[in-house]
Design a protein around this ligand. Structure first.
Ligand SMILES: *[C@@H]1O[C@H](CO)[C@@H](O)[C@H](O)[C@H]1NC(C)=O
Length: 168
């Protein structure tokens, strides 16, 4: 009885510790996803996830299976109030050798293309959660993903420093 209760408590702690770093982020299968309401090119979106998501090591979204793709599409439909938009995910082809790569370095396994076009950069559609290829120059909303168990790499965002003025 007591052991059961202790086990229960330890599970509660595990769940509490696996929360995402920011309240609006959502977790599925051990990764947290942040939707970013800015339309950027693929490279700018990737840079945003790497350098402006103040949590821990963060990447343009890793989508390892159909369930995660559907989860992201439904999250984006609600967050952006649109049934029909494209969302950059962290899947792209190397310009030199055309090999597919995940931004977080995960091995390439599952893919979920609707139409596999000639573009090197992948966005998923909120219509059916399937993926299409685009040029880097398209601007779309995007999702970042991160491991909430990973150590934080940034201090929490505070107010920006006041620029020092030197006269003139
Ligand atoms: C892209 O392909 C080139 C040529 O094979 C290779 O040298 C380079 O390391 C690749 N880049 C990445 C990010 O894998």
């Amino acid at each position: 009885m007591l052991l059961n209760f202790v086990f229960f408590l330890s599970q509660v702690v595990v769940i509490a510790q696996s929360g995402c770093f920011n309240n609006g982020d959502k977790e599925i299968k051990g990764l947290c996803y942040k939707l970013v309401p800015q339309k950027l090119s693929y490279e700018d979106a990737r840079n945003w996830c790497h350098y402006q998501n103040p949590v821990t090591s963060s990447y343009l979204a890793y989508v390892p299976d159909a369930q995660t793709s559907a989860f992201l599409a439904s999250y984006a439909r609600v967050a952006f109030g649109s049934d029909n938009l494209n969302l950059w995910i962290g899947f792209n082809r190397n310009n030199s050798n055309r090999q597919w790569l995940w931004d977080n370095g995960a091995p390439v396994g599952f893919t979920y293309f609707d139409i596999l076009g000639s573009g090197n950069y992948v966005a998923e559609s909120t219509i059916n959660a399937k993926w299409n290829t685009f040029m880097n120059t398209e601007v779309f909303y995007f999702a970042c993903s991160y491991d909430p168990q990973a150590p934080p790499t940034f201090a929490p965002v505070s107010t920006p420093p006041v620029p020092t003025t030197t006269g003139n």
